[in-house]
Design a protein. Structure first.
Length: 585
């Protein structure tokens, strides 16, 4: 790992010492420091301060700000006129239309009732006003991202769907149930306050069972250390490819997003296509692993799994399929081995993976230096970042889908949340060790050392441009965690032949992408002209990218042969998949 070098005593003594502050200034400095700490405690992500900076910027542009407010007032008058016309039997249209993917206003009453129609129009006009004001403020960098996130949270929190008397679906349900839905919703709200710190429950996970309805592909645990279990999956074809496949899931989540459910499992898909498949399952770390860093996860995690796969199968090389942070670690592993002349990684498959962190998308609102420093102070005391803190951060990036939608359904209408496998997995999180979090955030998000070939591990410089492997890269159109354009930039960083595919859906649904009528992907030859140029020339296919990957990996997985044994003499099976680590909360 890179070492921070402190100045020597000689260097320090050569510099002029800082003049002591005048006595009158010291209390003022102490008060400012105390105020800063209080603000950090109240507003750790600095969303409030970003809105304050936006307000100051708007005050410096009074004419343009007044114009935006004027357009809002004018739109409100038009919306009121349209509502009055509708109340009198007309069908006048207001100035705003509901975005096609906004499901909150699908209830017909929003269009049919004049009162609710005006509420809808006012909400959409507020959204437009906040967008206009953000554009006028011309903020930059993390401040702009935070202001955008904060503004969206304010607007979404004020949506009429979040209040009983302005939510027609909730009012109808209350009438139909004689008020019982309101009582059930109140009980749900109180339970969420007591058990979830006021965050609504997103899923009914009681209908799922690990090993049966989730993480159900048959297999064995063939290796275990303090950090990982390695799962080997039983063959489902009479013969298999000679080169095995190792799945590298994100270490900040349970592994089974890659083995979600029968018919919706990437691992099951690979096994059925004749690949001897293994997967890492990370331990859910507690404070005892606070000093586990990136090097720990690389060497005791991905590298150790690779060596066990080689020993069990006898293969000299292994194909690696990785997701999100698991893909970042897999790429680091390939570069780490390549620096020593080791070609054990045959190919890489990187799903929704960031290697170049220069444009991390909405997560940039949480990874600027002041926010990271505040977060790390808390994490260092505890020894880890809690799983619910990770999940809530990601949920805030999609507040309508992953927060306010459940306010209306759960708190206002008293409905039970759905039994949805993706949300069940999302609710089954893991912690992040303090040292790993620090090295990951500073090395990737803040310094972008991996993309710049500046990450050094055990004296080996990780040079992505020197990697000879063929790589299959997947990006997802609606990914809010790994923006696909940022994933595309990896095509210009890796030395081998790169095949880039853009799939429909988002960060997780884009990976859990079995054959279906709605599945689609785009494919084309990567170009140095950038993602937009690639997209304009890419070809759309009404199919899952899994089929494209199956063809690509089959030509790089060797000849067919008899399946290897489950485990080996050195690494005998220790129990059935999904193992023990996946059950630790």
């Amino acid at each position: 790992m890179s070492v921070v070098r402190l100045p020597s005593k000689d260097t320090a003594s050569a510099e002029a010492p800082e003049a002591p502050a005048p006595p009158a200034a010291r209390p003022s400095r102490g008060i400012r420091a105390l105020a800063g700490r209080l603000l950090d405690a109240v507003d750790p992500v600095r969303l409030g301060r970003s809105l304050a900076e936006e307000s100051l910027a708007l005050a410096r542009r009074p004419a343009r700000t007044a114009g935006a407010v004027g357009r809002y007032v004018s739109g409100s008058l038009v919306a009121t006129g349209a509502a009055v016309a509708r109340a009198m039997g007309g069908n006048a249209e207001g100035p705003m239309t509901v975005p096609p993917k906004d499901r909150r206003f699908s209830e017909p009453t929003w269009q049919q009732n004049a009162y609710f129609y005006r509420l809808l129009q006012q909400h959409l006009l507020r959204e437009q006003l906040y967008r206009d004001l953000l554009g006028i403020a011309e903020l930059e960098g993390p401040t702009a991202q935070k202001a955008r996130l904060a503004s969206q949270l304010v607007v979404d929190s004020l949506a009429p769907t979040n209040f009983l008397l302005t939510n027609p679906a909730a009012l109808r349900r209350a009438f139909e149930t004689g008020g019982l839905s309101v009582l059930r919703g109140l009980r749900t709200w109180l339970d969420d306050l007591r058990l979830r710190e006021g965050w609504p429950r997103l899923v009914d996970a009681s209908r799922f069972e690990l090993g049966k309805t989730l993480a159900a592909t048959p297999g064995k645990v063939v290796y275990r250390n303090a950090l990982i279990e390695l799962l080997q999956y039983a063959p489902q074809t009479p013969d298999v490819h000679a080169i095995p496949l190792l799945c590298s899931p994100p270490s900040i989540n349970k592994y089974y997003i890659m083995d979600l459910a029968p018919g919706r499992s990437f691992i099951e898909w690979a096994v059925k296509h004749g690949h001897t498949t293994f997967s890492i399952s990370y331990r859910n770390p507690d404070a005892s692993l606070r000093d586990a860093g990136v090097d720990t996860y690389l060497k005791d995690g991905v590298l150790q799994a690779l060596r066990v796969v080689q020993e069990i199968t006898g293969a000299k090389t292994v194909n690696v399929a990785a997701l999100c942070l698991g893909g970042t670690l897999a790429t680091m592993l390939a570069a780490y081995l390549d620096a020593a002349g080791d070609r054990s990684v045959h190919t890489l498959t990187l799903m929704n993976t960031l290697i170049d962190f220069s444009e991390p998308g909405p997560l940039g609102a949480f990874t600027d230096p002041p926010t990271v420093a505040q977060m790390l102070r808390t994490v260092d005391r505890r020894g880890y970042l809690a799983s619910h803190e990770i999940a809530r951060t990601f949920n805030l990036l999609r507040p309508n889908d992953l927060f306010f939608n459940y306010v209306g359904n759960g708190w206002l209408m008293g409905e039970e949340p759905p039994a949805f496998d993706l949300l069940a997995w999302n609710d089954d999180g893991t912690r992040i060790p303090a040292r790993f979090l620090r090295e990951y955030l500073e090395g990737c998000y803040q310094e972008n050392r991996l993309a710049a070939d500046r990450w050094v591990l055990d004296g080996r410089r990780l040079r992505l441009s020197a990697l000879p492997q063929d790589t299959f890269i997947v990006g997802a159109v609606e990914d809010h965690i790994t923006p696909w354009r940022s994933a595309y930039r990896s095509t210009g960083l890796l030395g081998g032949k790169v095949h880039f595919v853009l799939t429909s859906s988002g960060h997780i649904a884009g990976v859990v992408n079995p054959p279906s009528k709605s599945a689609a992907y785009w494919v084309g030859r990567p170009t140095p002209e950038g993602p937009e140029a690639w997209q304009s020339s890419a070809t759309r296919h009404q199919d899952t990218w899994w089929n494209d990957w199956a063809r690509w990996i089959a030509s790089r997985a060797g000849a067919r042969q008899a399946p290897p044994s489950m485990g080996s003499e050195e690494h005998p099976p220790r129990g059935d998949a999904p193992g023990t680590y996946v059950h630790v909360h």
